[in-house]
Design a protein. Structure first.
Length: 192
């Protein structure tokens, strides 16, 4: 990818994004505070376990083994879901995944008498494929259930961390986002 094109859903290339972020003192302060807090809590939790390193190594082994045999586990998952009466949809890429999901939502609303809304759970995969944007393009509003994802969504933002999506925001910024956005959140726009 070229130095000027984005790497993720229209975001600027890393060098440009990094230059802007480094110059943002509020962002730097927010991340410094959050990082120190998270590291301190992690250190306290790790100190409670005598066998932390062995547990960590065992977890890494499980992850690596699972990834080596992912095809096998996916087949097992599909068999289990199907046996329980569910349907598994496979997509080759983001466009196909978005097409499948929007098709399922449209099928669920049927004749159009119901609102075109969905409730989502936290998923970096849906961020990576641009599902909210794909749904919106089809007239479907997605509502996030995870608090951090909701903060990101209400702030018309992008997640900045896989586990802590709103780590780049401080309490004051979050308060301002809620005050500005929550009054109309979840309400259909007035019909003309």
């Amino acid at each position: 990818m070229s130095g000027t094109s984005g790497t993720y859903l229209g975001m600027p290339a890393f060098p440009a994004a990094a230059r802007e972020a480094v110059g943002n003192e509020t962002l730097r302060r927010n991340l410094r505070h959050a990082t120190h807090t998270i590291r301190d809590k992690r250190a306290k939790a790790v100190a409670e376990l005598d066998d932390w390193e062995q547990l960590r190594a065992a977890g890494k082994d499980v992850k690596d083994r699972t990834l080596r045999h992912l095809d096998h586990y996916l087949v097992q998952l599909e068999e289990s879901v199907t046996a329980a009466g569910g349907t598994v949809h496979w997509a080759a890429d983001a466009e196909e995944a978005n097409r499948i999901v929007t098709g399922l939502v449209k099928a669920a609303v049927g004749d159009g008498t119901r609102e075109h809304e969905v409730v989502k759970v936290k998923s970096m995969a849906t961020q990576e494929i641009g599902l909210n944007e794909a749904l919106e393009a089809e007239g479907i509003r997605a509502y996030e259930t995870d608090l951090a994802e909701l903060i990101v969504q209400l702030g018309d933002d992008r997640p900045s961390h896989i586990l802590v999506p709103a780590i780049h925001r401080n309490r004051g910024e979050i308060r301002d986002i809620f005050e500005r956005e929550m009054g109309s959140w979840g309400r259909a726009p007035p019909r003309g």
